[in-house]
Design a protein around this ligand. Structure first.
Ligand code: ZN
Length: 441
């Protein structure tokens, strides 16, 4: 069925090269676009009319930072088999007019935070800058990706001698503590000049920019038996990459496979391109219209649809076992994590979980369960947000990891491969309610 899948080791190396070549959210989407183009997918513009044909393979991009891909396997499809993940990760955004002179001795850059990161690990490591610039070109505004692609900045710690209490706990102030050192006495405007050079454009033609810091640390496979992997942005590029691989390897089934990756999860998803926006709903409605189906048929297809909301999960931490629920303790390399929350911060319920367990069994992939401790609120994710626009059965899943929202996160070496496998089986299947209370895949 479908394409041969890569080995677990190959998948890890592919994940590393995907993350290392995706230093900003715009690069994430550009690299996905390249993968889809290589497989013959056609880009649709939201501002144009869509001419969809049976057997067609398509994708839509919003804001250069969110993407939805689908295959129109047949026009009499049952529903939509969807996996959603997110493209963004916590980082620091470069502010406008970023250069700050320090006593005529140094130049540092002014930044603000994007999302909720662990701050301490951003210190004392090589950083660089990537993102996009908007450039004036013959009367138009054109978006260009930019990556300085060398060690450019460091946020130096204050020596222990100057703050003896720092190891007793420290409250970081972004405006004071987190500004990266950039240079010494270069001319004002050098930063944007370097950005323009890296983008291959003239500085005076840059009309706007979205630029972010990123860590230069490469991926690593480590541990006694090489059972661990570490790299930045595993949340959520591990899920985004694995589900895309599963999507591309899957054979056509009776439903439309839909691959979604949304921006701005780390800041609440309520943007034009976030999971709480109309992006998914708009796309599904246009698929329905594009094949000449009625509004009633659209609603019928939603009732026969299923979504996996795939966002990384917290593994039990070796030094903080007590932070985990006493009876649901995901571990690295334990397979896909199914996330539960009685108050529906995660969408999983018994019915959706049962369907997902069946898929895991078919894929030959292990799964494990996650609840927050009953006295801890925990985070939220994508499933219930996209559910506000497109109400379908959903299960919240993820891959177990440590140090979530550090610029260097840790996961299990086997788990990416597990998500590729279950995604492939998922995209090939179709969920239908054949009688009241009876669900079949
Ligand atoms: Zn996440």
């Amino acid at each position: 069925m479908g394409k041969e899948l890569d080995t677990m080791q190959d998948t890890v190396q592919e994940l590393f090269s995907f993350i290392e070549s995706s230093p900003s959210v715009f690069h994430v989407i550009e690299n996905m676009r390249k993968m889809l183009d290589a497989e013959g997918y056609e880009q649709l513009l939201e501002s144009a009319s869509w001419k969809l044909k049976e057997g067609g393979k398509y994708y839509v991009i919003r804001n250069g930072s969110s993407l939805i891909a689908f295959r129109l396997t047949r026009t009499d499809y049952r529903g939509f088999q969807m996996i959603a993940s997110h493209s963004d990760s916590p980082t620091f955004k470069i502010k406008e007019n970023p250069e700050m002179d320090v006593e005529g001795a140094y130049v540092k850059l002014n930044v603000e935070k994007y999302g909720g990161m662990l701050m301490a690990p951003w210190f004392d490591r090589p950083l660089s800058v990537a993102g996009r610039v908007l450039v004036k070109e013959s009367g138009r505004i054109v978006s260009r990706l930019v990556n300085i692609d060398r060690d450019l900045l460091v946020i130096p710690n204050l020596a222990i001698h100057m703050n003896r209490e720092v190891n007793d706990g420290y409250q970081y102030n972004v405006q004071k503590d987190l500004l990266p050192l950039y240079g010494m006495n270069q001319e004002k405007g050098t930063f944007m000049k370097q950005i323009a050079e890296a983008a291959g454009v003239r500085k005076e033609d840059i009309a706007g920019q979205d630029l972010y810091l990123y860590s230069r640390a490469k991926g690593s496979v480590w541990g006694a038996q090489e059972e661990f992997i570490s790299i930045g942005k595993l949340d959520d590029l591990q899920c985004a990459f694995a589900s895309l691989k599963g999507f591309l390897a899957s054979e056509n089934g009776e439903s439309v496979p839909v691959y979604c990756v949304f921006d701005n999860e780390e800041v609440g998803s309520s943007t034009r391109q976030g999971a709480a926006s109309t992006f998914l709903q708009d796309t599904l409605i246009r698929i329905n219209e594009g094949v000449g189906r009625s509004d009633g048929e659209y609603r019928r297809s939603l009732a026969a649809s299923f979504m996996l909301s795939a966002d990384n999960a917290h593994a039990m931490h070796p030094n903080y076992v007590e932070k985990t629920c006493p009876t649901n303790r995901p571990k690295l390399n334990g397979g896909i994590v199914v996330k539960y929350s009685a108050n529906q911060k995660y969408t999983t319920d018994g019915a959706a979980a049962a369907l997902f367990a069946d898929l895991c069994e078919r894929a030959g992939v292990p799964f494990q369960t996650f609840h927050n401790r009953s006295d801890m609120p925990g985070g939220s994710t994508l499933g219930n947000l996209s559910g506000n626009q497109v109400a379908v059965k959903c299960v919240d899943i993820g891959l177990a990891q440590l140090a979530m929202h550090s610029p260097y996160e840790t996961a299990g070496a086997e788990d990416t491969d597990s998500l590729v496998r279950v995604s492939k089986v998922f995209f090939e299947s179709a969920v239908t309610e054949t009688a009241y209370g009876i669900l079949e895949i």
